[in-house]
Structures are given as C-alpha cells and as structure tokens.
Design a protein around this ligand. Structure first.
Ligand SMILES: Nc1nc2c(ncn2[C@@H]2O[C@H](COP(=O)(O)OP(=O)(O)OP(=O)(O)O)[C@@H](O)[C@H]2O)c(=O)[nH]1
Ligand SMILES: [Mg+2]
Length: 196
C-alpha cells in the first residue's frame, strides 16, 4: 500500500456516537500495551501519529484513521488495563462490543497478542467473542524483535494452543521495530477491503 494521506478523522469516547463511515474498516484489538498503536504507526509509515506509551492504557478512545480516503484503520482501547475501575472496564467492553457488533463497514478484526507470553484468559475471551460475532480474526504476534529467531515457531505454537485457534487461522509474527510482517498485513488488508 502506498500511503498518500492519513487523517485521524474520528475519535470516540465511551458515550460517543460511532461514525457511519462509507469506506471499509479494519480494527485492531488486544490487551493494553500489546502494540496496537505502534502497529498502526508502522502500517502508516509514521513514527508517532498514533499516540503510543510504555504505560498501558494509552489509547482510551476508538480512533478511526482514514488512509488515502480508501479505508479506515481502527485503533481500539486495550483490555486488561489494571488501573481502570471495574465500571469503566465494563463501559469500554460495551463500547467495543457496540462497535464490533454494529459497524456495517468492518471487514476484518486483527487480534494482537504479545509473542513472548502465553495468551491470557482475557485474550481467549476476546478471541472467542470475535469469532462469535462472525469474524475470522487474524492473529498478530507482536514484538517479534524481542525473541530469538530460533524461538519463533515454538512461540507461535504456544499462541495457537493457548487461544485454541480455529484450524487454518492466519498468524502473522510482527515487529513495529523491524517492520517485519508489515507487507503481509497490508496484503491481507487490501484483500479484505477489496483495494488494489
Ligand atoms: N520492542 C518492541 N516494542 C514494541 C513493539 N510494539 C510496541 N512496542 C512498545 O510497547 C509499548 C506499548 O505500545 P503501544 O503501541 O502504545 O500499545 P497499545 O496496544 O496501543 O497500548 P494501549 O493503547 O495502552 O492499549 C510501547 O512502549 C511501545 O514502544 C514492538 O514490535 N517491539
Ligand atoms: Mg494504543
């Protein structure tokens, strides 16, 4: 994908009305701090257009990035952020649910999991829930640069088993640091959004 223009077009808080976009959308879900915003920056060839932070819970809104007026990359708030009240967590859960359930333009959901660690109970719930909504999530194994090359297959297997993935599910190891996996992810997005 040749990036000609990017624009953070819509930012939705807990009580916002979600946009009724007329271009395809792809969304990025995953635990807080897993690297969603970093990945969106890498896809857009930007260092810090999407705000990132070493402290979990950076993205607390649903952010719609308009790419080339052709599609939207949708940055979702992370789950499992400990310093948020139960009430707020529940509100966010409902907001994400409302988006995934209600968007008429959502073509693909990417679920990001840190390649280093066993998926958590929340990761499993999120995966199952996306599947239950009728999507076939693509799994992005993030922070690939943090493990040795010789360990990659073992970690991908751990991830597949830990999430109990539907056989045939695509898993793409990815690093925002080295950009490994970037082209493959764009290819999938272009296919899902029917862009050539
Ligand atoms: N080494 C390495 N660090 C990464 C990578 N991706 C993200 N990080 C770091 O992980 C931290 C969290 O990244 P974010 O992109 O803000 O994570 P997020 O999933 O958007 O987090 P929330 O907005 O809190 O849900 C930052 O310190 C990033 O620099 C990666 O591929 N490799
Ligand atoms: Mg973020």
């Amino acid at each position: 994908m040749v990036i000609k223009s990017i624009n953070l077009e819509t930012v939705c808080g807990i009580t916002s009305t979600l946009p009724d976009n007329d271009r395809p959308e792809v969304a990025f879900a995953g635990k807080s701090n897993v690297g969603k915003s970093s990945m969106i920056n890498a896809l857009m060839n930007r260092k810090s257009y999407a705000r990132i932070s070493a402290t979990p819970g950076k993205t607390q809104t649903i952010n719609f990035y308009n790419i080339n007026d052709a599609l939207y990359l949708v940055d979702l708030p992370g789950y499992g952020y400990a310093r948020v009240s139960e009430k707020e967590k529940a509100q966010w859960g409902r907001m994400i649910e409302r988006y995934l359930h209600g968007s008429s333009q959502l073509r693909e959901v990417f679920l990001l999991i840190d390649i280093r660690h066993e998926p958590s109970a929340n990761d499993r719930l999120m995966y199952q829930w996306i599947v239950d909504q009728g999507y076939e999530p693509v799994i992005i194994a993030t922070k690939l640069d943090k493990i040795k090359r010789s360990q990659v297959q073992k970690h991908v297997k751990m991830l597949k088993e830990g999430l109990a993935l539907v056989p045939g599910t695509t898993v793409i190891p990815f690093s925002s640091v080295t950009k490994q996996g970037r082209d493959e992810i764009w290819e999938l997005i272009e296919k899902d959004c029917e862009i050539d």
